[in-house]
Design a protein. Structure first.
Lengths: 464, 258
């Protein structure tokens, strides 16, 4: 099995989004899933006494965590070590992977079971494991599906959201070598049976961290399948990897965030399993890992601190902004960067990754603001997208830059603008007030790729 | 702020109407209708055609300098006088929300901020400042059902949701139906529609289908850009879905109301 993606990330967002645009079945699978979540989310919010007030509190808590991040991480290190765990600060992906691989070699690991973790996608851990001859096994059902399909996840919470049940039936039947029924229970049982033996034999368990609680030395894992707690309790070694910003101070703060996290995604008051992990097995305990390692990853995050983008680090990865985004809905997650997709992905990817492709992502938004409206920690996502466009405007194609320069001169005075009004009226006279299906002028021909132009006016003035 | 009483009419006697560039270029009827509605309510209207454009196309693409160059003309054209009424929710957001930022640290900062504070979206101005009752009897030309499309910047940027509905509710014989996904973006997004035409078009499809599913005779909006997107997509698919700017609907209802 390989994690090589069939998707080509070399193109532009426009090219990559075509995969989904030209696949109505995929778009409909996404729409059905996010619409279900919208219903759940509304119900989840309604059950709160003061949803908007809680968002405000959550935003302030996260700001507090970020403005005292050094103190939080220092305390987390003390408490986690006091609990018997080890801490490693990784400045980038290579350091993080290097630490995990060294540990795996020392512990003679052949198989690592993984709880779904986007930060391990960010550092390319599965590929690193494979290159070292270690087999990574994804144990979250959605993540298992995309791993089997050789694809990256297309959603930070629901990795296989772009796949219909029929797609999964096809995929699992191929793996099973026999025709499986198109039935959710049967398909889940198939995955469960295969994963059960892996949990029992794997030497290492890898997880992400939803939130670390600094003053308690406790890691919080939020899952719905119970696979997370098996990953952190059954293998001999547990490695947890977290982005450096995913920390709160105490359980009071954790309670506020947890109150919003699952509600913002599935609408659950709390996910099925919320596991609090506090170091390795202690003397006299029957189970739990012998070693627990916490990798705290920077990988570009510290560069965001203190900038106008710092609010992006409030993110608790609930996925709500993806679910409400009208662009994500049609383009699918694979049109974005292979790791973080949707509005939050379009914000943090160019901040973490300095590539031309990453810099284009902020344009993949209509700036409708639905993401900002839903965000449980009040990240002004659409404004951050706008700022990123500003920061990278100088890298725009020469034609685009020249067009805006010319445009700004042409529309700077009413006299010059009047030429355009006369031009429009001329087209109006020629087309005699009928809708214009094609107009072979630059930009206009891109409009008419899917839409007619309205009838052009025959009079050029708004005056009576 | 509620509708002003008769004694305060003087303050309202004159407004500046900023058609905005798209309306000036392609939809002059929208601005003419807005003038007609305001005048019916006893408000004198000065058409600020010279204001041209608020700078939004460049601003939303990240080209700040170009946005400022264009918006400078608008700031100065709107410098004198009182309330400025714009024939676009999106451009009102640009002026009232982003102009202070766009002109920060320039000579025009104070002026731009003043204009921003005087800027009003058309329907909210008519409902909240003028008062619908001052328009007299409003009647649909023929009884019909329509959908009102909430444009995103107006809805979420300005928080205006009720005003256009209250304005349309005053028209006898017009039924306004709410969509299943009433607040979802139509996929226009200004330059987004040109940058990603295929994606933008399938986004419009869902909106068109939702409207057709509600058996509406037309779609009414507060942004000509959104209407151009929704109706243009319908047209390209061979679906007849007319769209009108909200002031055009009200102006026609004034005429029919007698």
């Amino acid at each position: 099995m390989s994690s090589t993606s069939p998707y080509d990330y070399s193109g532009t967002f426009r090219e990559r989004s075509r995969v989904s645009v030209e696949a109505p079945a995929m778009r409909s699978a996404i729409a059905v899933a996010v619409d279900n979540q919208a219903v759940g989310r509304e119900a989840g919010y309604t059950s709160l006494v003061d949803h908007q007030g809680l968002r405000e509190v959550a935003a302030r808590i996260r700001d507090h965590n970020l403005s005292h991040l050094d103190r939080h991480l220092e305390r987390l290190t003390e408490t986690w070590e006091a609990a018997g765990g080890e801490v490693f600060f990784a400045s980038d992906a290579a350091e993080a992977c290097g630490y995990v691989l060294d540990l795996a070699k020392r512990s003679e690991v052949r198989t690592a079971v993984k709880s779904k973790s986007m930060v391990t996608e960010e550092i390319g851990l599965n590929r690193a494991f494979e290159d070292a001859g270690i087999e990574p096994i994804e144990t979250d059902l959605g993540q298992y599906i995309v791993q089997m399909a050789g694809e990256p996840p297309s959603h930070i919470v629901a990795p296989s959201i772009h796949k219909s049940q029929e797609d999964v039936t096809e995929l699992f039947s191929r793996i099973a070598g026999t025709r499986l029924p198109n039935d959710a229970v049967a398909l889940t049982r198939f995955a469960r049976d295969r994963l059960r033996e892996r949990f029992l034999t794997a030497e290492m368990g890898v997880s992400g961290v939803n939130l670390a609680v600094a003053d308690e030395g406790t890691l919080t894992l939020v899952t719905n399948e119970g696979n997370g707690r098996m990953c952190v309790s059954m293998p001999r070694v547990h490695v947890a990897i977290m982005g450096m910003e995913r920390v709160v101070w105490d359980f009071d703060q954790l309670a506020v965030i947890l109150n919003l996290l699952a509600r913002s995604n599935t609408g659950q008051k709390l996910s099925q399993y919320t596991s609090l992990v506090h170091g390795p097995r202690r003397a006299g305990e029957a189970d739990g890992p012998e070693e627990t390692h916490l990798v705290i990853l920077d990988n570009g995050r510290s560069n965001i601190l203190g900038t106008r983008y710092q609010e992006a680090l409030r993110c608790i990865r609930c996925g709500a902004c993806l679910n409400v985004c009208p662009v994500f809905r049609q383009a699918g997650g694979h049109a974005y960067d292979p790791v973080y997709s949707g509005p939050i992905g379009a914000v943090i990817t160019p901040l973490l990754k300095n590539t031309q492709q990453a810099h284009e992502l902020p344009h993949a938004s209509t700036l409708c603001g639905a993401c900002t409206e839903v965000c449980p920690v009040k990240i002004p996502l659409h404004d951050l997208l706008l700022y990123l466009r500003q920061d990278h405007a100088h890298e725009a194609a020469p034609l685009e830059r020249m067009s805006y320069r010319l445009w700004s001169r042409a529309w700077a005075t009413p006299r010059r603008f009047a030429w355009f009004r006369r031009g429009a009226a001329l087209i109006g006279s020629v087309t005699r007030g009928r809708p214009v299906r094609r107009l072979p002028l630059p930009l206009m021909n891109r409009w008419t790729k899917g839409r007619a132009l309205p009838p052009f006016p025959r009079k050029s003035k708004t005056e009576r | 702020m509620g509708p002003r009483s008769a004694g305060e009419e003087d303050e309202l006697d004159k407004v500046t109407l900023f058609p905005t560039c798209l309306v000036s270029l392609l939809f002059p009827d929208a601005a003419r209708a807005a003038r007609r509605v305001l005048e019916r309510a006893g408000v004198a209207v000065e058409m600020a055609e010279d204001a041209v454009c608020c700078g939004q196309p460049a601003w939303n693409s990240g080209h700040v300098e170009e946005a400022r160059r264009v918006a400078e003309g608008a700031v100065h054209a709107l410098a004198d006088g009182g309330d400025v009424v714009l024939c676009s929710g999106s451009c009102t957001t640009m002026v009232s929300h982003y102009w202070p930022e766009l002109f920060e640290g320039t000579d025009d900062q104070q002026l731009a901020t003043e204009v921003a504070e005087r800027a009003h979206e058309f329907s909210s101005f008519v409902v909240d400042e003028v008062g619908v009752e001052r328009l007299g009897p409003l009647r649909a030309v023929a009884p019909s059902a329509a959908v009102y499309h909430d444009s995103c910047h107006m809805l979420r940027g300005l928080g205006i949701k009720d005003a256009p509905r209250r304005l349309l509710a005053a028209i006898e014989g017009l039924e306004v139906r709410e969509l299943g996904a009433q607040e979802r973006c139509c996929g226009f997004g200004g330059t987004f529609s040109i940058r990603y035409p295929e994606l933008s078009s399938v986004m419009a499809d869902e909106k068109v289908d939702d409207i057709i599913g509600h058996e509406a005779a037309e779609v009414i909006g507060s942004d000509s850009g959104c209407l151009m997107q929704i109706c243009g997509r319908a047209q390209a698919r061979g679906v007849n879905l007319p769209g009108r700017y909200i002031a055009e609907v009200v102006a026609a209802a004034i005429d029919a109301g007698g």
